[in-house]
Ligand binder design. Structure first.
Ligand code: NOJ
Length: 552
């Protein structure tokens, strides 16, 4: 999409199909007031950086008032800004400033659960069993003679049980409530009309403030089969275990799509229509249901997160994703990293079979990361993704080649995965350490105070100021690739071209070729007029683990 396209109404409505969306984790992006937490004014101060980088949109992880029991995915108030991060006025300025720079904005909607501090949950706790206030959440009586056992044995994502018992006003133990995540994140009852109406109000609230799109958190979990006897849920979070017929009691139930059809009607009231992308952790066959034009329109494709570094594996994953997107007339999304997983540069520096949770428990020492391999592969993979049809979601810091901070001291950890799982898993904080803008310790241009997660000394080499203008730096590679992509990207598909086993080569209709050498040895390939390469090239020699774009 070139900058002139924004004037064209038709292209404008379709902007999301080929967009490069940059994920901002607001509390770790830029801190304007020295309290160690990133904030909205910090984002405003970095709009020139985002414009220079040439991203089409940003997606903001939650910035709402929150006690941060789950990094902000425990929302106290869906229609406000955490006062530590700014105000609604600041938000409006941020939208205006992004739009003036030609950048669209997605916000995160968290509809499966609120925080336990949300006024509705507080009202529910203060109201009697069976009251309308309690019906907005999933309260149930316990089992056992005195209700002392949870209603069933469903597990939560962050710990052993999905149920927590309440205490009545007189101090006696009360009912239990369901939470698929932390106890501070009670699940809503999506069969209650108040819940439905309130989320429609939230979608309108942000759309009216100029928000262009929404990322829908845990989009697959809203509707639940709470009928008794309860259906068994032996594991949670393992998508391959989920049935594909909508019969799971907690996930991906068919009546969910009705909710999203009503949201679509709201999105389409706007001009251009607001867009949405589903975080739907479901088997691939079912992902399409979230990506249809009459539901959310697009769904995250996380398939490359677990794809081993092999040309044939990447090719089959990409081909299947393109087919699925085509079948719904959506466009595919591509992503390598987000705030929930070990940064991909680090993953690429580890053997394919590394069990990441176990590796994190060794503070990232066993096995050690091969830093050169990490950088080579991360650069090659980024260029490969950016050459594909569809939209690409980048995670803040990947443009710096940033690695996971695997040795955060346990006292610094904030993730409920660590806190709730009795230290069995270290969790996601290592991917959420604030961005280094300058090489100066201790705040690295992120803060003048103390960063909310400690920033390591090696961040100096990765800082924006250490890379800006440096030929060959990862930041310059991303900028060059994103600028070139603006000129080259089309909505057309691709043609696979065969070469040798370790090579993934495809051509777009306009003659734009992307060739990735996955192998450990350089190869000779018939490259034409070179546009960009992830590693220095000489003539027809494509170095090991590199991607080259060329015209033919
Ligand atoms: C998915 C979000 O990406 C993750 O960070 C969060 O913990 C869960 N949903 C619960 O909201």
């Amino acid at each position: 999409m070139s900058s002139t396209d924004t004037a064209d109404e038709h292209v404008n409505a379709e902007w999301w199909r080929q967009a490069v969306v940059y994920q901002i984790y607001p509390r770790s992006f830029a801190d304007s007031d020295g309290d160690g937490l990133g904030d909205v004014r910090g984002i405003i101060s970095r709009v020139p950086y985002l414009r220079e980088l040439a991203v089409d949109a940003v997606w903001l992880s939650p910035f709402y008032p929150s006690a941060l029991a789950d990094g902000g995915y425990d929302v106290d108030d869906y229609r406000n800004v955490d006062p530590r991060l700014g105000s609604l006025d600041d938000f409006d300025h941020m939208v205006a400033s992004l739009h003036a720079a030609g950048i669209k904005i997605f916000v995160d909607i968290v509809p499966n659960h609120s925080s336990n501090r949300h006024e509705w949950f507080q009202a529910a706790l203060a109201s009697p069993e069976g009251s309308p206030e309690r019906d907005r959440y999933l309260f149930r009586d316990g089992r056992g003679e005195h209700g002392e056992l949870p209603p069933n044995d469903w597990p939560s994502h962050f710990g052993p049980s999905a149920w927590t018992r309440t205490t009545n006003a007189d101090g006696t133990p009360g009912q239990w409530y369901l939470h698929l995540f932390a106890p501070e994140q009670p699940d809503f009852n999506w069969d209650n009309p108040d819940v439905e109406a309130d989320f429609i109000r939230t979608l309108r609230f942000w759309s009216d403030r100029g928000v262009d799109g929404f990322r829908i958190d845990v989009a697959h979990a809203l509707k639940k089969d709470m009928s008794e006897p309860y259906k068994p849920v032996p594991t949670i979070g393992i998508m391959s275990d989920y049935p594909i017929d909508g019969s799971h009691p907690l996930f991906d139930r068919d009546d969910l799509y009705e909710v999203y059809r009503s949201w679509r009607a709201v999105f389409n009231e706007y001009d251009p229509p607001r867009v949405a992308v589903a975080e739907a952790m479901v088997p691939v066959e079912r992902r399409v249901n979230y990506a249809r034009a009459d539901t959310l329109g697009q769904a995250f494709n996380f398939d490359l997160l677990g794809t081993p570094w092999r040309a044939d594996e990447f090719r089959s994953t990409i081909a299947r994703s393109l087919e699925l997107a085509h079948s719904t007339e959506s466009s595919s999304t591509w992503t390598l990293s987000n705030h929930d997983i070990v940064r991909h540069a680090t993953r690429f520096g580890l053997p394919n079979e590394t069990h990441l949770d176990t590796w994190l428990l060794t503070n990232g020492t066993e096995p050690p990361v091969d830093h050169e391999q990490a950088t080579r592969r991360a650069r090659a993979a980024a260029m490969l993704l950016l050459a594909l049809p569809g939209s690409v979601y980048l995670y803040q810091g990947e443009e710096l080649g940033l690695l996971e901070v695997a040795d955060l001291p346990v006292e610094a950890l904030q993730d409920p995965i660590w806190l709730r799982d009795a230290g069995a898993r270290k969790g996601r904080d290592g991917a959420r350490v604030p961005l280094p803008w300058t090489p100066e310790a201790p705040g690295y241009g992120f803060t003048t105070g103390t960063a909310h997660l400690p920033m390591p000394s090696w961040f100096a080499d990765f800082a924006v100021e250490s890379q800006r203008g440096e030929a060959g730096s990862t930041l310059e590679l991303y900028r060059d690739a994103l600028h070139a992509r603006r000129e080259l990207q089309t909505s057309e598909g691709l043609t696979w071209l065969d070469h040798s086993d370790n090579v993934l080569w495809f051509r777009r209709e306009n003659g734009w070729n992307s060739l990735t050498n996955f192998g450990a040895e350089s190869i000779v390939a018939p490259v034409g007029e070179v546009i960009l390469a992830s590693a220095p090239i000489a003539g027809d020699v494509v170095p090991a683990e590199s991607t080259i774009w060329f015209r033919s």
